[in-house]
Design a protein around this ligand. Structure first.
Ligand SMILES: C[S@@+](CC[C@H](N)C(=O)[O-])C[C@H]1O[C@@H](n2cnc3c(N)ncnc32)[C@H](O)[C@@H]1O
Length: 490
């Protein structure tokens, strides 16, 4: 059933020789952030909007005007001396106090950032949110094969880089550290690769850092340095591991491979809505009854500059069709940082996420315990994520880096994994299964990763469409041009 020719495939030997035939499929009966049957819910909150009468009728397009202000009329002002009992969580209180002291509503991007990464009460900060017991599941948690395939990609890029004798392998937002652990386990036979790596994990969550430390089987060693620092080694690959709050903090001057799996979708987005007077930003305010509500800014906001930039990169017809647009200045900035780093140090970046190769309209979604919930419901208890605008990443990269960077893709996750040989890998693993249950779990994980109609090797019954993340998740590579075209983006 899993046989089949891979049109773009690297050879069976490439895949299987890179990987030990270990078998520990991560079991999963939970749902990814896009359940197989549902598109992300259009939040369709237009009914909740308060559209303030705007004097500035100048902008039907998305060019920012020189005047930037927020209409504060009609906003809720909490009573000065309210001592009534409040069941608001810490984060809700914090959000309300920002709105109160700012004297006006906050952008969806600011709300999203606080909800996800507020250092005290953000969604990611104090808990493990992954898997059946958590809120959602991601590809590395579905099957070990995901991290193994990303490992093959990284080793191929290293070859293309001319096998430098030092490489910074950076992962942005590593979650539980599962992808990196599977990557190292899969590559551990290739000591000449693993021994030259220094792993840098960019993570904001203290609890997830601990999990990453544990899952990478790290030990802390005294280090013979002038300051008697400790250094951390992953015993899976014998590889040093360091943690950082941002990509900028990762030491530079060494060829670098960057992996960003489901990281961009957690970056804050601004949401704009077409109004009678032009594009206006959706903001979040506190209503009379003390709940959060959406309002529309009556004049252009600072983020309108990024909307204008995004619109400039799109065809007029693409914009004309939309009544809502999301833009992520943070995604643009991150792409610029990635390009700067690999432009100067060599190497490349792999971005895998769900998204579109075009302007994203209204995709922001909240997921709690594997179910979609309202974005404004109990902030901090649900994940917030938005479709990644891959076209915007491409344009940001091209704008940032001029001549020495090339951008490849996006291609579907199914094409990416298929071309790297996942079907050969699953066959090898199946041969090592000792029980039917193991084999079923492995196959289910495989279909979750590559399925959804366009899997290149679907040989199952015609009336059954494979279900999974294969086409909704896209892969894009940004590389230093000296590296040529990365596998499998030829
Ligand atoms: C959706 S999870 C993806 C986890 C992992 N890549 C996976 O696929 O399982 C997002 C990850 O990024 C981290 N994260 C989110 N925003 C961040 C930020 N601004 N800075 C650093 N880490 C962040 C989260 O703590 C989490 O580890």
């Amino acid at each position: 059933m899993l046989r089949g020719a891979l049109k773009l495939a690297t050879s069976r030997s490439l895949c299987n020789s890179f990987l030990r035939p270990l078998l520990s499929p991560h079991s999963s009966s939970t749902f990814s952030r896009f359940s197989s049957s549902s598109s992300p819910p259009s939040q369709n909150l237009a009914g909740n909007f308060v559209e303030h009468a705007a004097e500035d009728a100048s902008s039907q397009n998305c060019s920012p005007t020189s005047t930037i202000s927020i209409d504060r009329s009609g906003l809720y002002n909490p009573p000065e001396h309210s001592h009534g009992p409040s069941s608001d969580s810490k984060l809700v209180k914090h959000l309300k106090s920002i709105i109160k002291f700012r004297g006006g509503p906050i952008s969806v991007a600011e709300y999203m950032e606080e909800v996800l990464t507020n250092p005290k009460a953000g969604f990611y900060i104090n808990r493990d949110v992954f898997g059946a017991e958590g809120d959602f599941i991601t590809s590395p948690e579905v099957s070990q094969m995901f991290g193994e395939m990303v490992g093959i990609w990284a080793m191929c890029l290293w070859e293309q880089m001319g096998r430098p004798n030092k490489v910074n392998l950076v992962e942005l937002g590593p979650g539980r550290g599962t992808l990196m652990a599977d990557l190292l386990r899969g590559a551990s036979k290739f000591k000449n690769f693993t021994e030259l790596l220094h792993i840098h994990l960019v993570e904001c969550s203290p609890i997830l850092k601990e999990l990453q430390h544990r899952n990478l089987k790290c030990v802390d060693e005294d280090y013979n340095s002038p300051n008697n620092e400790k250094r951390t080694i992953s015993t899976i690959g014998g590889t040093p591991v360091s943690w950082h709050a941002t990509l900028e903090q990762v030491p530079s001057g060494v060829p670098t491979i960057i992996i960003a799996h489901e990281f961009y979708d957690a970056l804050p987005v601004h949401q704009f809505q077409r109004a009678s007077v032009g594009w206006r930003e959706k903001m979040i305010d506190v209503a009379e009854d003390s709940t959060f509500r959406f309002v529309l800014s009556s004049t252009p906001t600072p983020a309108s500059v990024f909307l204008a930039k995004r619109c400039k990169w799109a065809a007029k017809e693409e914009i004309d069709e939309l009544n809502q647009i999301e833009v992520s200045p943070r995604a643009m900035e991150l792409t610029e940082s990635i390009c700067k780093r690999i432009g100067s140090d060599g190497g490349g970046a792999l971005i895998i996420d769900y998204g579109l190769d075009g302007v994203v309209s209204d995709s922001l979604q909240a997921i709690r315990k594997h179910k979609f919930v309202h974005i404004l419901s109990e902030p901090g208890t649900a994940d917030l994520s938005a479709y990644v605008d891959f076209a915007s990443i491409r344009h940001s990269a091209q704008e940032a880096s001029g001549e020495n960077i090339s951008v490849h893709g996006p291609i579907t996750q199914s094409q990416f994994l298929g071309s790297l040989g996942i079907n050969f890998r699953v066959e090898t693993l199946l041969e090592n299964c000792t029980t039917d249950e193991q084999a079923e779990l492995l196959q289910a994980g495989y279909w979750r990763l590559v399925g959804e109609g366009e899997a290149p090797f679907w040989e199952g019954p015609k009336d059954k469409v494979p279900i999974g993340m294969g086409t909704r998740y896209l892969a894009m590579a940004i590389v230093n041009k000296n590296q040529g075209t990365p596998i499998p983006f030829q």
